[in-house]
Design a protein around this ligand. Structure first.
Ligand SMILES: Cc1cc2nc3c(=O)[nH]c(=O)nc-3n(C[C@H](O)[C@H](O)[C@H](O)COP(=O)(O)OP(=O)(O)OC[C@H]3O[C@@H](n4cnc5c(N)ncnc54)[C@H](O)[C@@H]3O)c2cc1C
Length: 493
């Protein structure tokens, strides 16, 4: 049987999970495949980057993933490194929202916007009494009847009021998507809310129903909902040595895959039933299948030579740039008592920070007892101009905000900044319809595949899920190819 030449372009988590799953299926199903990953940069992992520096472990990209979506955990189990998974430290399970320069604890039971613990919510100074009343009246707001997508901002204002959007919805969403809630698609980012509104006529009623159902069945969902204090801070997992473990383990278990670093692809074109892949070095590679695991703007560039319409649709997905600034300070230099996973900052506070994780409270083993790692998050749609500045200027702006909010004396002991230019796709209203058009066009090109964080979720579990689904499709279509003997009886599930 001829060995299929499969080229994966992009060595971030999407490309690595894709290449790994293809080689796994190739082995399991006895379909010979030669898989090559082409990565433009000098290292694998894309935006994932954990850095060990002295006694500190800095996360310069993602620091965790949501365990509710099982794909990363499942992968860790399958590859035998689940013993490296670590949970957040329960004793610090609290997050904050900044209001008037103060860190206000997110009330217990607040699930993104829905207060599921009324007592805790009423006692919180986060929103005014008028705001609380408006949020509580969500029960009475008639539900939207049409099926049109709407923005998250519109949805939150419509159901919970302006204050809820300003002090809760918008900062939490900025912390996840670096996005403007007025443009963000509800359907693509929080479909659960949309479904609840349709099913129960109210989000609060929906949560109440789910809580009482789970109480009857003694399901852990009750605990999850009643203890959660915001999506970024509940039920997150990481790895003992940082998120780069995921990258290292995938590479370790992909022995049959060739990795080429510093290999930027400039052009792809199909002729004589073969994909020709033009590299920056002017070398041309040939492949039977080509998989793009790239940000949409990069994929858009590569497909422009053979499908202008597809290229346009890919380029239409907007991206924002972000940066993390890891700041190590002595604990005794922080005068405000802090105990939690971190905080988010509403835009109304006019700060440079979008949010900050207290890294070594969220996860153990990241810093000596005497120190704190403050992992600040900046950039996004509302701070484009900040990222135009020098690293030093960004670091100073971040430290100024941190010093004021946490009352820090003196200077930081270490600061590590990392930029992630055009890394955050913005799922704007109508996103899913655009993605459906992209997928429909992509399907017209034989043995051509798209995956990555631009389409069906930006979280790491989403990237792994989509990459693995793509791998299964690649292998299924390799089998369907008349040049390869049929393996109909074999399962790709
Ligand atoms: C700062 C930050 C924090 C985040 N925090 C979290 C978090 O805590 N939890 C979570 O679940 N998610 C988080 N995310 C989101 C998540 O990390 C990303 O969505 C995911 O890692 C994207 O992976 P990817 O492989 O699709 O893309 P990328 O990581 O962007 O990888 C794409 C790769 O393609 C390469 N490439 C580009 N062009 C070419 C070319 N022409 N030829 C060859 N190679 C090319 C790039 O060099 C890059 O390595 C965060 C994202 C950022 C930026």
């Amino acid at each position: 049987m001829n060995s299929k030449r499969i080229v994966v372009i992009g060595g971030g988590i999407s490309g690595l999970a894709l290449a790994h799953r293809i080689s796994e299926l190739s082995r399991e199903l006895g379909i010979p495949a030669r898989v090559t990953v082409l990565e433009a940069g000098p290292r694998l992992g894309g935006v994932i980057c954990s850095q060990k520096k002295g006694e500190f472990l800095f996360e310069l990209g993602p620091d965790s993933f949501i365990s509710e979506k099982p794909e990363v955990t499942r992968l860790a189990k399958r590859l035998g490194f689940e013993n490296q998974l670590i949970s957040t430290q329960d004793e610090y399970r609290q997050s904050y929202i900044v209001r008037s320069g103060k860190l206000i604890p997110v009330p217990k039971g607040l699930y993104l916007l829905a207060p599921t613990d009324l007592k805790a919510f009423l006692a919180s100074p986060l929103v005014s009494w008028a705001g609380k009343l408006r949020m509580a009246s969500e029960y009475l707001i008639p539900s939207k009847t049409d099926l049109e997508d709407e923005s998250l901002g519109q949805f939150v204002r419509r159901r919970f009021g302006r204050e809820a959007l300003r002090w809760i919805g918008e900062p939490m969403v900025a912390g996840i998507y670096s996005a403007d809630p007025e443009r963000l698609s509800l359907e693509a980012t929080f479909p659960r809310f949309r479904e609840m509104e349709r099913e129960y006529g109210s989000i609060l009623r929906g949560f109440q129903k789910k809580l009482s159902e789970s109480a009857k069945t003694k399901s852990p969902i009750r605990q999850i909902l009643s203890e959660a204090s915001g999506p970024r801070y509940s039920l997150f997992l990481s790895f003992r040595d940082g998120m780069s473990t995921l990258v290292d383990q995938l590479v370790r278990h992909s022995q049959a895959v060739s990795f080429r670093l510093n290999t930027r692809v400039e052009l792809i074109r199909r002729s004589d039933e073969v994909w020709n892949i033009g590299l920056e070095s002017k070398e041309t590679l040939q492949a039977d299948s080509v998989c793009l695991a790239l940000p949409a703007h990069q994929a858009g560039l590569l497909v422009s030579s053979f499908d202008a319409g597809l290229s346009q649709l890919l380029n239409d997905i907007p991206y924002e740039s972000v940066a993390t600034v890891n700041v190590a300070v002595r604990r005794d230099a922080i005068r405000r008592p802090i105990r939690g996973f971190g905080f988010v900052v509403p835009r109304a506070e006019k700060r440079r920070l979008i949010g900050c994780t207290f890294s070594n409270m969220k996860f153990g083993g990241r810093a000596p007892e005497s120190h704190m790692i403050l992992r600040a998050f900046v950039g996004g749609v509302f701070q484009r101009e900040l990222l135009q500045k020098s690293d030093q200027a960004i670091e100073s702006a971040v430290f100024r905000d941190l010093s004021e909010l946490l009352e820090i004396d003196g200077e930081p002991e270490d600061v590590v900044i990392r930029r992630a230019p055009k890394s955050m796709p913005q799922y704007e209203v109508g996103h899913l319809a655009r993605v459906a058009r992209i997928e429909e066009k992509a399907r017209r090109h034989p043995h051509f595949y798209l995956t990555g964080n631009a389409f069906h979720g930006i979280g790491l579990p989403d990237c792994v899920r989509e990459a693995e689904k793509t791998a299964e499709l690649v292998m299924a279509q390799s089998v369907e190819d008349p040049a390869t003997p049929s393996l109909e009886s074999r399962s790709f599930a």
